[in-house]
Write a protein that binds this ligand. Sequence first.
Ligand SMILES: [Cu+2]
Length: 297
Amino acid sequence: MLSKNARLWLGLIAMISLLSLASACHNSGGDEANDNTGPTEGAGKTYTAKNNEGTISGVVSYNGTAPENKKIDTSADSACTSKSPDLKTEEWVVADGKIANAYVYIKDGTLADGSKIGDYGKWPNMPASATLDQNGCHYHPHVLGVVVNEPISITNSDPTQHNIHWTPKVNPEWNQSQPNGAPPIEKTLQRAEVLVPVKCNQHPWMIAYIGVTKHPFFAVSAEDGTFTISGVPAGKYTVVAWKEGGQAGTEKTMEVTVPANGSAKADFAFGEAATTSAQPSSLQMMPAIEFPMLRRH
Ligand SMILES: [Cu+2]
């Protein structure tokens, strides 16, 4: 027989267990509007703007003579041929030695207050939505950056049917036909993944890439090779530039320091004898450490 005291304690422990279970259930339900079942990477701490955030900017260059894009045989679909008679692969978009469509993002890092960037799931200025258009039997944009659970509106601007087929490694695979004139398809990617290839089962040459991150600190280089990532909290970060090509693309990695109210420069180079450089862009900036790149051609 248990003593009265022991029974009291047991009752108390049982009650505390039940309470903590109930609160855990409540938390997992969360306040995030999310129809997807299972865990997502959207969860995490909320970052409150300190109004001293900085920027990371730079230029992505190509050293040497960039490879030529190949002409695509679109004869399998006359609608593609008539709309895009000179369709070419888009692996290389290089002008004056500057690379477009490089995906640059903060891979990892520590904020000035010691917290990790990966601890956060909610940031000010999270992008609300993105569009991936099929126009002229190619995807536009060719490289797209989104945050976890950001609605991606997939549109068909062509007089033919497409079949969007993404082939992620950590997100679920998905494909769906979209006939000409069909309404946009809205999809999300629930887990961080850099990058998700997007193909088309109707047109084997079609390819796009979607970078998915938990934070809004990514950019795709413009036609002049430039990119800017703004709203970055002061801290030290590993910044990666990804360029498609080969099996899984090529990455260049760099360590930068973003001072409060300041900017960090991150110039990347691909191609022959490519180098990376991180230099102070102003006196405000603290010294940046250059890391050796991951891979060379
Ligand atoms: Cu297609």
